[in-house]
Write a protein that binds this ligand. Structure first.
Ligand code: M6R
Length: 357
């Protein structure tokens, strides 16, 4: 039930700190070490390449998950949109492992890939919020999100839960290979949960941003580099689906290869600048669009902030920034939809789980 909340989406955004803590607990053993099923570890250690298959928001989580797995565990990962994979199946490695990411566990596009790869005899793992869902039943292994039911069509807490579970999966795999990561993921995710709380307590700031940048605009762009780019894709999807504003996420470096032609006087451009490694370059991109009349809204991170930044996120481990940088984008989309009188929880033309191909 949504209790005192006006919308499920807002309630589910607010649940993210709690869900993150629940996930840490759910994946800890009696010695407080992160752990996953031994069978899964064995399959991962036996694979030469992971293929992540998903749709929509879950696909965006997969893009971030690829970075987690490659950086922590050192296993090559490809991420594919399920609907395209069926007819453009890439040449597979010798010992592939398929990971299906699906909040509902019922998405038909993803299921059709699962059926295909099972026929080929490949192993599969489903990361889902729904125990006993079709994808969970039909895959060899399951990792649960522990996010509680997600009712709003726009996925919020499932996305951050997917990221947390993918980080744990990557971390446990890395440990099983004897890799030293130099940080304690339990502690880092704890810091993430606390930072999420701070963001959920800063809603007014995001309502102001939505009013100022998005109340009447026709379009909006999200730019970022590296992980920030993937979060920008998710921010754009969120804004599109609930506020009907035409929104696109772009890699900062791609702007000059075409997209910058779309920038007009006053075009809102939300720029994420949360990673030190790409900070200078994304700041350069903001200057490029501002020089062409854009109205930039920079969301940065403590330690990297500059005078013109619109919001400064609390500092978390650089690899885990997507878990918190997405929250301002979720909230900005929510308030933009409210300002534009849209049906936040049940946007037009969309269903919560897409069970047709
Ligand atoms: O249940 P799934 O995670 O498989 O759903 C995939 C997409 O349909 C879903 O993430 C969709 O993009 C959301 N409505 C986005 O908010």
């Amino acid at each position: 039930e949504k209790g005192t909340y006006p919308h499920y989406m807002l309630k589910e955004i607010d649940e993210q700190p709690l869900v993150t803590r629940k996930i840490i607990q759910a994946y800890q053993n009696d010695n407080n070490e992160l752990t996953i099923d031994a069978d899964i570890i064995q399959s991962v250690n036996d694979t030469d390449r992971i293929y992540i298959i998903a749709c929509g928001t879950s696909y965006h989580a997969g893009l971030v998950g690829k970075q987690f797995i490659e950086n922590m565990a050192g296993i090559p990962v490809e991420v594919h949109v399920a609907s395209e994979f069926s007819y453009n199946m890439p040449l597979l490695s010798e010992k592939p492992l398929f990971i299906f990411i699906s909040q509902s566990g019922e998405t038909a596009d993803s299921r059709s890939v699962l059926v295909q790869v099972k026929e080929l005899g490949h192993r599969s793992l489903t990361i889902t919020n729904v125990q006993g869902s079709t994808l969970s039943r039909e895959a060899d292994y399951t990792l649960l999100l522990h996010a509680g039911p997600e009712i709003a069509v726009a996925s919020t807490k499932a996305y951050t839960a997917q990221l947390a579970v993918l980080a744990i999966f990557a971390n446990v795999t890395a440990a099983s290979k004897g890799k030293e990561l130099g940080f304690d993921l339990v502690q880092e995710l704890g810091i993430v949960a606390t930072s999420m709380e701070a963001l959920c307590d800063s809603k007014e700031g995001f309502e102001d941003i939505a009013r100022e940048y998005l109340a009447t605009t026709r379009n909006c762009f999200f730019i970022g580099r590296s992980l920030d780019y993937y979060v920008g894709l998710e921010g754009a999807l969120k804004l599109k689906e609930i506020s009907y504003i035409q929104a696109e996420g772009f890699a900062g470096g791609e702007l000059k290869h075409g997209t910058i032609a779309l920038i007009e006087e006053g075009t809102p451009v939300v720029a994420l600048a949360t990673q030190e490694s790409v900070n200078l370059s994304i700041r350069g991109n903001v200057k490029e669009v501002a020089a062409r009349g854009a109205n930039p809204c920079i969301i940065s991170m403590k330690g990297l902030e500059e005078e013109d930044d619109r919001f400064v996120l609390p500092e978390v481990n650089e690899m885990l920034t997507p878990l918190i940088s997405v929250i301002p984008l979720q909230l900005i989309s929510y308030y933009a939809a409210l300002h534009r009188d849209c049906d936040v929880d049940k946007p037009r033309n969309l269903a919560k789980s897409v069970t047709v191909e």
